[in-house]
Design a protein around this ligand. Structure first.
Ligand SMILES: *Cc1c(COP(=O)(O)O)cnc(C)c1O
Length: 372
């Protein structure tokens, strides 16, 4: 139906120098974790104001290891949002703890501070706030609640690298901060992640948990004193991250400009609920709108696809997935997250998009939604 090239909802921006650097690693004879991973960790640490950063092979692994480093396990509760990528809650189950969900604030679509506070019990050990679409969850409120109840905070900042809070980059302050470098994230290594460590955590323990619990001494001796996994980042991936990082602020600026254009061009009469218009803190990882109540999302996505435009769904409320229903959650538990999760769509937004691509998406929205 459309003669224009397909416009995906996201696409990574990789320059030729980065692609060539991957070739250099492949020719170097050292493919797995080595000098490139260490250089990437150092560059991330610089970005995070000198804090200790360790790289991982996914953002899911960083969250799981952060929970282990925080001492979270069987019998503990961890509070998080039901409106996130399912990894956020899966890792809580993975370490044997129980997720406790608190409903979202409809304006930010992030965990609501009052509901978070009300969910704290004597068994609560940690909070995992999520910065949906790159809009930071309320750090002031979250750290106030954590301080009051002596809870650890593991910031799931998978989507918010490049975002900030009161002028401070996400990652440069706080307790544990977890990033993902999945292909769809604002900075990618194909697959990968990084964990910013608080000062009371031993980086050597983090490294052992990352790789089979192995500790090597300079004399060549080896010991294993803790059960670790297989979560290390390859140099092939790390060199991609090294090529991406210098572009991060330009990526964020371009995303913000495209988001502004959506706000300018979207017809308010279409009945879409737009995201919070934040141009201070958010890195605009995604531009997400809610379809009018009762709209058929599947039909909408198909109609956009017929016009050559990709639309994503991030995310249905996760407590309604079969696994979580089997654990006791049900419809009506978190009504705001459920409503948002049923209506939300992710429109195309990535740094290489042209202004005209936003115009094209807005015209398609007008055609499709006015026809309903
Ligand atoms: C992407 C993502 C993760 C997981 O990261 P992976 O690198 O895919 O393992 C966790 N939480 C959120 C909110 C994410 O968007």
């Amino acid at each position: 139906m459309s003669s224009l090239p397909f416009l995906p909802f996201t696409r990574p921006s990789l320059d030729e120098a980065t692609i060539a650097a991957v070739g250099d690693v492949l020719r170097s004879g050292w493919l797995t974790s080595g000098p490139k991973m260490q250089a990437f960790e150092a560059a991330l640490s610089d970005y995070c104001g000198g804090r200790t950063v360790r790289a991982f092979n996914s953002g899911t692994a960083t969250l799981e290891i952060a929970l282990r480093l925080a001492g979270v396990g069987a019998g503990d509760e961890v509070i998080t949002t039901p409106l996130t990528w399912v990894a956020t809650a899966n890792v809580i189950l993975e370490v044997g703890a129980r997720p406790v969900f608190a409903d979202i604030d409809p304006a930010t679509r992030n965990i609501a501070a009052d509901k978070l506070a009300a969910a704290v019990t004597p068994r609560t050990r940690a909070i995992i706030p999520v910065d949906l679409a790159g809009l930071p969850a309320d750090r002031d409120a979250i750290y106030a609640i954590a301080g009051q109840h002596r809870l650890r905070v593991i910031e799931d900042a998978a989507q918010s690298l490049g975002a900030s809070w009161h002028g401070k980059p996400i990652g440069s302050f706080g307790d544990f901060v977890s990033f993902s470098f999945h292909a769809n994230k604002n900075l990618t290594t194909g697959e990968g992640g990084a964990l910013v460590l608080p000062p009371d955590v031993d980086p050597a323990l983090c490294e052992r948990l990352r790789l089979q619990g192995v500790a090597r001494s300079p004399s060549g001796d080896m010991d294993v004193d803790v059960l670790g996994g297989k979560f290390n980042l390859t140099d092939i991936a790390a060199v991609i991250g090294l090529g991406q990082l210098p572009h991060l602020s330009a990526f964020t600026a371009r995303r913000r400009a495209l988001a502004r254009r959506y706000f300018e061009l979207l017809d308010p009469r279409l009945g879409l609920a737009l995201p919070l218009a934040d141009f201070e803190n958010s890195n605009w990882h995604m531009f997400q709108a809610l379809l009018p109540a009762g709209a058929d999302r599947g039909a909408f996505i198909a109609a956009m696809k017929a016009r050559g435009i990709g639309v994503g769904v991030h995310y249905p409320a996760l407590h309604l997935f079969s696994l979580y229903r089997r654990l006791g959650w049900k419809e009506g538990d978190f009504p705001i997250a459920e409503d948002v999760g049923r209506r939300i769509v992710t429109l195309p937004l990535f740094p290489a998009m042209a202004d005209g691509d936003v115009d094209r998406v807005c015209s398609a929205l007008s055609e499709i939604l006015e026809r309903r």
